[in-house]
Design a protein. Structure first.
Length: 268
């Protein structure tokens, strides 16, 4: 009898041990493939939410270090534009690694260094960034609902360069973008938000910074921007970035003699 009990105990212990081993193997497989999961998520979510082709060359995640790296991120152009609107060689991310497996992804810190941003002017003076913001302001598609939530505690974009495209004279223009720092991208109760809402905050602030940077260079850009009316630039982002949009709009009024035209109209 004792022999039978002993064998049964061994089977139970062996079964539990085998189950634990199976769980460990599954976890290892999932965790080691998180980079592929992130890459697929970025390349699927980018077109869905932003409406532009999105490519990520590679993503690697360190479980022990709680960090991730994104290599070769490119955001293409909205319909009607030609140039890629955002190119990034590398971004470093500090995150709660296992939150990737939960409903809310917790990102503690993001550093985006040296991205190349293109502001392209289309017909009527509309830009690629305004087009993307207009899409973000719209109603989310059914496929976006019910997805993972995101909380970003801190994000920095540094050493960015802005290129202008679609200019009548074809003059190449490169403008430095001041460091942009964002904190607490989350819901009012401190939880996560949808990817669309997170991107709306980030892209909205970035757009305001781009517009302000161009406004500060208006004297130097007069000839390059000849023929483009930029007096309304920034208004599409008004509801997203508040006073930042109005500030950007005021900075850009002086481009191409915009202020002069308004004064002439007032005199009439």
């Amino acid at each position: 009898m004792s022999i039978i009990r002993g064998r049964a105990l061994k089977w139970i212990i062996g079964g539990i041990g085998g189950l634990i081993l199976l769980v460990v193997i599954v976890l290892v497989l999932v965790v080691t493939n998180l980079g592929t999961v992130v890459k697929t998520g970025v390349e699927t979510g980018g077109p869905l939410i932003l409406g532009v082709p999105t490519k990520l060359d590679d993503a690697s995640i360190s479980i022990l270090g709680g960090s991730a790296e994104l290599d070769g991120l490119t955001l293409g152009n909205p319909e009607g534009f030609q140039e890629d609107m955002f190119k990034l060689t590398e971004a470093r991310v500090k995150l709660d690694t296992f939150s990737v497996l939960r409903d809310e992804i917790v990102i503690e810190d993001v550093l985006i260094d040296g991205p190349h941003i293109t502001l392209e002017f289309g017909k009527g003076g509309a830009t690629n960034w305004q087009t993307v913001l207009a899409r973000l302001e719209g109603e989310p598609k059914e496929e976006e609902k019910g997805g993972k939530k995101i909380r970003i505690d801190h994000l920095v974009i540094s050493n960015a360069k802005i290129s202008l495209a679609g200019l009548p004279l074809g003059i190449p223009v490169n403008i430095p973008l001041p460091t942009l720092e964002l904190s607490d991208i989350k819901s009012a109760d401190g939880g996560g938000v949808t990817a669309r809402k997170a991107l709306t905050q980030i892209v909205g602030k970035l757009w305001g910074s781009i517009a302000a940077a161009i406004g500060e260079q208006r004297d130097k850009l007069g000839d390059a921007l000849k023929g483009i009316d930029l007096r309304g630039l920034g208004t599409d982002a008004k509801d997203i970035i508040g006073g930042g949009a109005e500030e950007a709009k005021d900075l850009l009024k002086g481009l191409l003699g915009g202020e002069k035209e308004e004064k002439d109209e007032d005199e009439e």
